[in-house]
Design a protein. Structure first.
Lengths: 307, 289
């Protein structure tokens, strides 16, 4: 297959641009809903280009600012701006999500919090001192507020009240209750980045033999629409079992004999169901009102954008 | 407008998601200007196609207002169909055919022996149970020799003796990491996950789509990674075969004519690199200003 100067197949370049178009659409949909317009997006994207051009050092030599400018295709002045202003790229503090998920996991797998047949014990908030909700949270993260963690678990329906003083863990899954919450957005970033890394790892030009698990099953030529709810229910039930098996394996393997100081990496398995949107084959011009070339625009905001 | 914490998280999530995407683009020699041109088009396209004015048809001015773009830029993407990159429809045809042939070989009674194990097939004999008839079942106009060549090339099928072929995998794994099919696969897979996550973040959808993750709380010791990958891979194969068996009776040729949607389930394993903590300034050569 013919390749260009970057070692990329000629057709792959066009394919890559089309792939990026597809990936960006749901992301941009979310951004538009949150009121984030193109200019703000472009500021982050420009910074991402500069950051990648700096952090990717195939030969290990720190690049010059001019080299970064050339590789990223961004002016030298902008390169300086992003390098010299740490706040130019967005950052956010981690949410409590990781603590909450680990609390749920530990409640279902740590023998100190399990009763007969491995069923999670009902816990009081703060007594006894070594086997209560507070101790559970403390073991996961001593700096986290047990009250806030409990509030989130109750809100998500993963935990419920049991009598006046006890709490019962009712699901092993933590499902974010709010549609557009910081937790969900953090997860959105995590999951997409993880998948991108996995696909990119498998995409790696150097290593073609040790691909990471990334598989998919789908209905050949589509599923009758009326069967979707049954398929979703079946897939959900099988997914829960599959992931429970993985979770149990992890609990067993990490719990037995692994030394605390060993080098560790974050690893996980994701499952998701997708429904392809109808194909977007209508031209954009057919989907907007006819253009008014003369006269006053129907939207006052237009004038501020130099039309 | 989203509250500031949501907004900060969203911009930070965007920065993170763009990281691996931009790395690929840089490697392919696609620089910021070209990417920005594409992203502007996606903003315009999304604002129009996703019904910001639903159920009304938006005006160009409204699209400009929502996206924050100048009207002349909006006009450019609306009036030039070639302004956004298009898919090559032939690109995935071979991959799709290979997937379907493997699926039929493993799930159609005529091509499976005892215990559902796929039969070893000859190329064109007997006429109703051979590679040629199997390929015709999936795509009547396809060349069965080309299909077989592709299946052999990706290692999903191997010769068995002088005249027969054996299916050794039920899955199609993209073989060439620099091929257009892989680029297309990247876009398809990521956009599917992004769409599912975005769907679940929309308060208009009370019924959420299946999307689950299991992870190691404080990381997995590096030496356990190969074992974990092996276990997850084996369990994933069983899991996906179960779903595939559920879907098989509803394949298109058996319930032709009904309103159909493209649906599937994807499994992936991730290993997360530690977040970089060095500042950008510490990673570049001293400025020559």
């Amino acid at each position: 297959m013919p390749v260009d100067v970057h070692g990329v197949a000629i057709g792959a370049r066009q394919g890559l641009l089309h792939a990026v178009r597809r990936v960006l659409r749901p992301i941009v949909r979310l951004l538009i809903r949150a009121g984030i317009g193109y200019n703000e997006f472009a500021d982050v994207a420009r910074g991402a280009y500069i950051e990648r051009a700096i952090r990717e050092r195939p030969n290990g030599i720190p690049p010059t600012r001019d080299r970064v400018s050339f590789v990223a295709g961004v002016s030298r002045q902008q390169v300086d701006y992003y390098i010299d202003n740490e706040w130019a790229l967005p950052t956010a503090r981690p949410t409590l999500a990781r603590v909450v998920i680990e609390v749920v996991h530990r409640w279902h797998t740590d023998s100190n919090y399990l009763g007969p047949y491995g069923i999670p014990l009902e816990l009081e908030f703060d007594s006894p001192h070594d086997r209560c909700f507070q101790s559970l949270v403390r073991e996961v993260d001593p700096t986290a507020s047990a009250g806030k963690v409990l509030e989130q678990l109750l809100q998500a329906g993963s935990v419920t009240h049991s009598g006046e003083k006890h709490y019962r863990a009712i699901t092993r899954w933590f499902i974010y209750p709010e549609a557009l919450s910081p937790h969900r957005i953090e997860y959105f970033g995590d999951a997409l980045t993880d998948l991108a890394h996995t696909v990119e790892y498998n995409f790696n030009l150097v290593d073609t033999d040790s691909k990471r698990l990334e598989r998919c099953v789908f209905a050949d030529r589509g599923l009758p629409r009326d069967l979707l709810p049954s398929f979703e229910a079946y897939a959900q039930e099988r997914t829960n079992q599959f992931l429970l098996d993985i979770d149990d394996w992890l609990a067993r393997s990490v719990g037995t004999g692994s030394n605390e100081s060993a080098s560790r990496v974050h690893a996980g398995v994701n499952v998701f169901l997708y429904v392809e949107p109808p194909s977007a084959d209508q031209a954009l011009s057919a989907l907007v009102q006819p253009s008014r070339k003369f006269g006053i625009s129907d939207n006052s905001r237009v004038s501020s954008h130099g039309s | 407008m989203a509250p500031s914490e949501v907004r900060n998280q969203l911009l930070y999530a965007l920065r993170r998601v763009l990281g691996p995407l931009v790395r690929l683009l840089i490697r392919a020699g696609i620089r910021f200007d070209e990417f920005a041109d594409l992203a502007r088009g996606v903003y315009v396209e999304t604002a129009i196609r996703e019904g910001i004015e639903s159920p009304k048809i938006p005006s160009r001015g409204r699209v400009a207002g929502v996206t924050g773009l100048a009207l002349r830029q909006v006009d450019r993407y609306i009036d030039n169909e070639g302004a956004l990159p298009l898919a090559d429809p032939a690109l995935m045809a071979m991959a799709v055919m290979a997937v379907e042939v493997l699926h039929k070989w493993h799930s159609t009674p005529e091509y499976a022996g005892p215990y559902g194990i796929p039969l070893e097939l000859q190329f064109d004999r007997p006429v109703d149970r051979c590679i040629r008839s199997l390929v015709a079942l999936v795509m009547p106009n396809a060349d069965p020799r080309v299909a077989l060549e592709e299946l052999l090339r990706i290692g999903a099928v191997v010769p068995a003796g002088d005249t027969h072929f054996r299916a050794v995998s039920r899955s199609f794994v993209m073989p060439d990491p620099a091929s257009p099919q892989v680029a297309e696969h990247y876009g398809t897979t990521l956009s599917r996950l992004a769409a599912t996550l975005e769907y679940n973040m929309d308060s208009r959808h009370p019924d959420k789509r299946l999307e689950r993750r299991v992870t190691v709380d404080r990381g997995l010791p590096v030496e356990l990674i190969p074992e974990f990958e092996k276990y997850a891979r084996n369990r994933a194969v069983d899991f996906l075969v179960e779903l595939d068996n559920w879907l098989a009776p509803h394949a298109a040729d058996e319930t032709e004519g009904s309103d159909r949607i493209d649906v599937g389930v994807n499994v992936f394993l991730s290993i997360r690199s530690p977040a970089p903590h060095e500042t950008l300034a510490s990673l570049v050569a001293p400025s020559g200003r």
